[in-house]
Design a protein around this ligand. Sequence first.
Ligand SMILES: [Ca+2]
Length: 446
Amino acid sequence: MPLIGNDRPNVLFIPIDDLNSWVGHLGEHPQALTPNIDRLAKRGVSFTKAYCNAPLCNPSRVSLFTGLLPSNTGVYGNGEMMRDKVPDVVTLMQYLRAEGGYSVQGGGKIFHGSSPYDPESWDYYNQPARKRFSGERDAYLPKEAWAPWGPLDVEESELFDVQNVDWAIAELDKAHEKPFFIACGFTKPHMPWYAPRKYFDLHPIEDIILPETLDNDRDDLPYWGKRFAIEVHDVSGARNFAIHGEDHDMVTKHKQWPRAVQSYLATISYVDAHVGRLLEALDQSEYGDNTIVVLWGDHGWHLGEKQHWRKHALWEVTTKTTLVIAGPEDVVKNQLCKKPVSLVDLYPTLLDLCGLPSRDGLDGKSLVPLLKSPEMEWERPVLMTFGYENHAIRTDRWRYIRYNDGGEELYDHDSDPNEWKNLASNAEYRPLMDMLKTSLPTTNVR
Ligand SMILES: [Ca+2]
């Protein structure tokens, strides 16, 4: 039924920078402690196979907010500006405002960077002052060691994300004449992993479990797979940040692997605590019953899997993230949805949930049917792109990667959830790969 004016639901949008799928209720790291995100998941649907469309900040977020795949915009890296590539694009916020009468406000990190990246997209943008804090390093570490993590002894109220949540809470406390879209974006758990000490104490270093890895995992990768594993590679700027050598060599040389995992888990727990404050404020506000909550990470993050760190590649760990949608009455509660979906689906999903007409030309598909019935048939391969003509396709069972030089990877998630065995050189799988290839984009904008 079409909704009008103030009958439309409000939207609380919670982007979380560099959050992979390590949240408690997904169980992908057994020590992830996120009681508040887990509580949100109980109020809606959490997706166990939610993927970014590009494995780094700018292209992932541009894709989400334009509803267009990187191959259709040409925004592949952090160096390309959205309005240079697609000057007239109507962002999700612009559409909600123009067609739905929404007030649209953002704060913290929504697009790439914490400044209002696209002023046209916002009625108001909140940007707390940024202060730099250094965490406590392990005492024996040499200065040149790559180890940007450690506990902080500071007042939490001084931290950027906490101040931004304070702003969003104040907004929820106000009377709003129009339906609102409030985006409260967290800059953590992006590096550096400095978080208040109490969150480190939740994750004692001596108990930390490292991700499962295979020593010679990279041997069966084609050229670009190996390169993406080794380099910290921004495809638009071709910059290589690996100035100290490979991240994994540095981490193991300085015995920092458990500390790194602890620090990432601690930083996630810190974010979760403040997600909790935000959700509590929503519950206590007059909007608790009429607000859609969407919480998402912008891509995955490696902590040593494939001897790789960070993002910037096309594997499962690089591309899988957290996506929870909760709130509206007709969304089922406390369900995991195991169908592959992606962040480009959020634009049409929100139009659907907000009772707005769908828009032509969007690349995603509304997830509302899955929000009502998470186990329904959903045959829709997800496309991920890293740089020009490098793509991955994820179906329920398979991940197929094809690089621009023709290099290929194929993984069977039924038997190999860690993606250790690249099956692409096995002729038996040629027909399957040819079939998966038909889901690759036919247009690749430069
Ligand atoms: Ca391998």
